[in-house]
Design a protein around this ligand. Structure first.
Ligand SMILES: [Zn+2]
Length: 295
């Protein structure tokens, strides 16, 4: 047996598409490999960052337009995530100052939440904190800002995809603490670009989407146990003409799903449990987290 018997959706939990890149062509490639559904995450244009709330609305509209183009032209089910990137906030401090950059960031979150209220978007993101070293002062501001952002999400009970630094289990511990302070449920807080370590101890019980590079499937099966916190598979495809195929190419999720099934069988695990896992990863957990059915 090769591939999956699962007849439900095959979902990429975090993908970007760009008008200046492959755009809808990348979505077609995803579909040709077996993908049915994707979460399209707003991509900031770092060469021309929004300067006010109207700019943000205009930028978000482009992402919503892209989602609609993909739906119309490919039949793929697309859920949209909108929000201001933490790197935009950090960069704009140098241009417009800390106070204005922070204010603009919160305006952008509020605008994104308007789209989620209208259900044009299924959640906010990617928000979080810069993934590279910054001054202690900025780091503290980034954490305070993130609490504010998560509080706003909490008011709407909106799901949040988090872009954070890679510091192993410690990153999970600290964002779980921030989430708790903001009152946002664990079921609504998803760490994106996660390592393939799915033990609850490592994740502090937090949800995540794994960037499924080579070798990730074995690590997933080594560390995941039934009953652990939700997770999903993502490419973080950037659709950047200067970095074709980065972070992972659009065919990756269907390919890794086949690999997951093959490895599952190789390990002599039960077929029914595999079906249940695919059901959770591609449907149940997604529906619960985003209040969106990816099918
Ligand atoms: Zn991303």
């Amino acid at each position: 047996m090769n591939g999956w018997n699962w007849t439900g959706p095959i979902l990429d939990h975090h993908m970007h598409l760009d008008n200046t890149g492959m755009g809808v062509e990348a979505a077609r490639t995803f579909k040709s490999a077996g993908g049915t559904s994707l979460i399209l995450v707003h991509k900031p244009n770092f060469n021309s960052l929004p300067k006010n709330k109207d700019d943000y609305r205009a930028a978000y509209s482009k992402t919503l337009d892209m989602a609609e183009t993909v739906r119309k032209n490919t039949g793929i089910n697309v859920g949209v995530i909108l929000g201001p990137h933490p790197v935009s906030w950090e960069r704009q401090i140098d241009e417009i100052g800390l106070d204005r950059s922070t204010e603009l960031h919160l305006e952008a979150v509020s605008s994104a939440l308007e789209f989620t209220q209208e259900r044009q978007a299924i959640g906010i993101g990617e928000v979080g904190r810069p993934h590279y070293p910054i001054s202690e002062e900025r780091w503290n501001h980034a954490n305070e800002l993130l609490i504010e952002v998560l509080k706003m999400a909490k008011e709407d009970d909106s799901a949040v995809q988090l872009h954070v630094e890679e510091n192993s289990s410690e990153t999970y511990r600290t964002i779980d603490e921030i989430r708790r302070q903001a009152g946002l449920g664990r079921d609504k807080t998803i760490r994106h670009y996660a390592k393939a370590n799915l033990s609850d101890k490592f994740r502090h019980g937090m949800s995540c989407t794994v960037n499924v590079g080579k070798g990730s499937i074995c690590n997933i099966l080594d560390t995941w146990q039934n009953g652990n916190a939700p997770w999903g598979m993502e490419t973080d495809y950037l659709d950047d003409p200067k970095r074709p195929g980065a972070v992972l190419g659009p065919k990756t999720i269907p390919k890794r799903t086949i690999e997951l099934c093959d490895e599952w069988r190789k390990r002599g695990k039960r077929e029914a449990d595999l079906d249940e896992l695919l059901h959770k990863v591609n449907l149940d957990w997604v529906e619960r987290t985003y209040d969106w059915v990816p099918f």
